[in-house]
Design a protein. Structure first.
Length: 364
């Protein structure tokens, strides 16, 4: 996500790293598949994509890199107010859209009736907490997720925190102090992995601060990759680096070794992939594919989970055989990608365009 400049070029967009865009889409699809599979197969050791939750750490690392690239040279000139406008325009329409979809599936889930349990008052609070990204883990039937209507919003909560810290202090610090912060954050990640046995926390329950640890390290690591100019020229291309990214999600899950393998992936492997993605050469024939993959990644991430809630209640109520689920899951993933595309084209892009014209228009 590369943001707009202020001054007369306010509405123009800085150049994208197309392969990083494409990788964001690959990670988003991996997250969707993972969310279906963790419901279909409760034993993570038998789930082929059980490490799909690490895609969030990759998103955070990408975000740190891209935010530093987009704003390091102009954060001082933009200022707090303009920066917040830019981030709200980029991120919050889909937070609201995802909340509305979450409310609709909460009210009209054919396999459950949660509204009868929580009533109008609590349902209204659940919706408002989702819209304003205020953690409110009250729905027991949804495992006390911090955001009961749209579970992935927990990472957007921390994304906003990281963005606030960036514009207030992080863009000002030199590389020496950034290294110190990255080292501290790495130590915290290792502690979390040992204490929790993995790095899947942040979404609910007692793991709130695990989410903070995950964004703290990965966002800073992404910034460090950019500021250190760790852009590794290579000819792996989009396909090659996509395969390397998928390997991280497909590594076998083990309660005995997750506390070792996951920190290695998050601390070293993902920053390396960002450096490789930023330096890889892109075939012109797949440039549009990478652009579309990047464009649809955030809409897909923020719109898929309300339908996953329905899948959960379907599985709990109907208890379908795996022979049925092997058809339902891939078809659902394709349908959700199509829904995300429609949301992007019909809602997200027009809303952001309108807000840019109203909020960011400057006098000549």
């Amino acid at each position: 996500m590369i943001e707009q400049s202020t001054s007369h070029t306010l509405l123009n967009t800085k150049k994208h790293f197309e392969i990083l865009d494409g990788l964001r889409g690959v990670a988003a699809i991996a997250v969707v598949i993972y969310h279906f599979m963790e419901i279909a197969i409760l034993d993570y050791s038998k789930n082929f994509i059980a490490h799909g939750y690490l895609a969030v750490d990759f998103f955070f690392c990408l975000s740190g890199f891209v935010i530093a690239y987009a704003y390091d040279s102009r954060a001082k000139d933009i200022g707090l107010k303009q920066f917040f406008k830019l981030r709200l325009i980029r991120l919050h329409p889909l937070v609201i859209i995802g909340s509305i979809l979450g409310l609709l599936t909460f009210l009209f889930d054919p396999f459950s009736n949660l509204y009868a349990v929580y009533g109008f008052g609590k349902t209204a609070l659940i919706f408002l907490s989702s819209v304003f990204l205020i953690p409110y883990p009250v729905v027991e039937e949804r495992f006390f997720n911090f955001f009961n209507l749209n579970a992935p919003s927990w990472s957007l909560f921390w994304e906003y925190i990281a963005n606030i810290l960036y514009i207030v202090v992080l863009y000002k610090i030199g590389k020496k102090y950034l290294w110190i912060l990255v080292s501290i954050a790495a130590a915290i990640i290792i502690y979390v992995a040992i204490n929790s046995t993995n790095l899947s926390g942040g979404w609910g329950g007692a793991s709130f601060w695990d989410g903070g640890a995950r964004v703290f390290y990965s966002f800073l690591a992404g910034m460090l990759v950019y500021r250190s100019n760790w852009i590794i020229k290579n000819k792996l291309g989009f396909l090659g680096i996509s395969i390397l990214l998928l390997i991280a999600f497909l590594i076998p899950y083990s309660n005995e070794s997750n506390w070792i393998t996951e920190p290695i992936i998050v601390l070293i492997y993902f920053p390396l992939l960002v450096a490789l993605g930023a330096g890889a050469s892109l075939s012109p024939s797949i440039k549009k594919l990478c652009q579309l993959s990047g464009e649809i990644s955030y809409p897909l991430y923020m719109t898929h989970y309300p339908f996953v809630w329905i899948f959960l209640t379907y599985v709990m109520t109907i208890k379908p055989d795996m022979n049925i689920l092997v058809w339902i899951i891939p078809i659902s993933v394709v349908v959700l990608i199509a829904i995300a595309y429609l949301v992007m084209v019909m809602l997200d892009i027009p809303i952001r365009k309108y807000l840019k014209e109203k909020w960011l228009k400057t006098n000549p």
